[in-house]
Design a protein. Structure first.
Length: 402
């Protein structure tokens, strides 16, 4: 594809115009630099995996209403590069399916015809805040969610008819309206209104079925993450008959994948909605040996009377809290699988596990988000045979069936 016409102003992609092989070299060098600075040298480094697709890979976008210049025409899109108050309309974005661009253009036109005004972050005036579009990669289902303030006559019926009338290649699963009166410049849900269809879209990943609701966390690049998860799980020795912890499990994709072979899997996730969704999808997939607990990893592990054989961690960008890391290491399991979305925090976390008696057996990087700065990694940690476990970490309080 040609360089995106939004490249000059949009802050979403930093590598537009950079040859893809060069993007991979830059990202791989960044990963290795972080590892070297933290004294980490994997026994087996497996390189960096290119993305399955360089374009049209994102299945979710959260657009913001605003203007490019003060008091300028209504815009809907991404924050301007180096200018958070300005919004760039990105109706020809190359990272999403063309249906996203069709919907975005139609929503701007609809709002202009109605005379709707964007919400002003400083003045707290206006009504239009965000447009969120989500798409099922394997199912082709689309969920459209318009975010506004309350207290004004938004034409819900007209909005539904407008969206339903668009020439989309994918199928509409549902049309929603989120009411958000919080002054913070984030999407918060004071009220969720189902205007048409369902309040979720369906997706398949790793052969499992998921219902993804409006605000559920779900992987953004399905084709890439399926490959990453497949190779990550293959790093672990045979899980047959074993008990597995999946910490920071999100909607439980890996938890459920491992449950197909393991004796029992337990997912721990701090976001209750994600844990609830994981529990429901496990039921939908008929996995009785798979359970989920909503809570902070350190606090949950401090109360469990359950000793795993294998631990998987997939923490947020900030990495693993030192207290949680000590608790995880205290089990002394033979293998810990670390899936990271941020090599900058992965490297010091690996150094921490090394101090607790583990060695970095394998590490592989993945470019799941071409044109952007983000790189993912998968790392297998193995317990050194002559290293004792960290002491004092397993008070028995509750079982896993929560």
């Amino acid at each position: 594809m040609d360089i995106c016409r939004h490249d000059e102003y949009c802050g979403g992609c930093i590598y537009q115009g950079t040859p893809y092989e060069e993007q991979l070299r830059i990202k791989e060098k960044e990963v290795m630099t972080y590892l070297e600075k933290n004294g980490i040298s994997p026994a087996e480094y497996l390189g960096i995996e290119a993305a399955p697709y360089q374009y049209r890979y994102r299945n979710k976008m959260e657009y913001t209403f605003g203007d490019m210049v003060k008091d300028g025409p209504l815009c809907l899109g991404m924050h301007k590069l180096k200018n958070f108050m300005s919004i760039v309309t990105v109706d020809e974005c190359q990272l999403v399916h063309e249906d996203f661009n069709v919907i975005l253009r139609a929503v701007i036109e609809f709002c202009n015809e109605k005379g709707y005004v964007q919400y002003h972050k400083k003045k707290h005036t206006g009504n239009m805040r965000n447009l969120i579009i989500r798409q099922g990669y394997h199912t082709g289902e689309i969920l459209v969610n318009i975010v506004t303030t309350s207290g004004f006559d938004f034409d819900e019926e007209g909005f539904v008819e407008m969206i339903k009338g668009l020439p989309l290649q994918n199928s509409l699963a549902g049309i929603l309206r989120t009411v958000n009166d919080d002054i913070a410049d984030t999407v918060k849900c004071d009220e969720l209104r189902l205007l048409w269809g369902r309040d979720y879209y369906r997706e398949k990943i790793m052969g499992l079925d998921f219902n993804v609701s409006a605000f559920s966390f779900f992987q953004t690049n399905i084709a890439a993450v399926e490959r990453l998860y497949t190779e990550a799980v293959d790093m672990i020795d045979d899980c047959s008959g074993k008990k597995v912890f999946d910490l920071y499990c999100g909607t439980g994709t890996i938890t459920q994948t491992l449950a197909l072979k393991a004796k029992e899997t337990v997912g721990v996730e701090i976001v209750k909605e994600a844990a609830d969704a994981a529990r429901e999808s496990a039921k939908m997939n008929g996995l009785a040996n798979c359970s989920f607990i909503a809570g902070d990893v350190f606090e949950v592990l401090s109360e469990l009377d359950y000793v795993p054989d294998v631990i998987v961690v997939d923490p947020p960008r900030v990495g693993i809290h030192p207290k949680a890391m000590k608790k995880i290491a205290s089990y002394g399991v033979e293998q810990i699988l670390y899936i990271s979305c941020n090599p900058k925090t992965l490297a010091p976390d690996l150094a921490g596990f090394v101090q607790y008696g583990y060695e970095v057996s394998k590490l592989k990087a993945y470019d799941n988000f071409p044109m952007t700065k983000h790189t993912e990694c998968v790392c297998l940690l193995s317990k050194k045979s002559n290293e004792p476990s960290v002491t004092g970490a397993l008070p028995a309080v509750r079982s896993v069936n929560k």
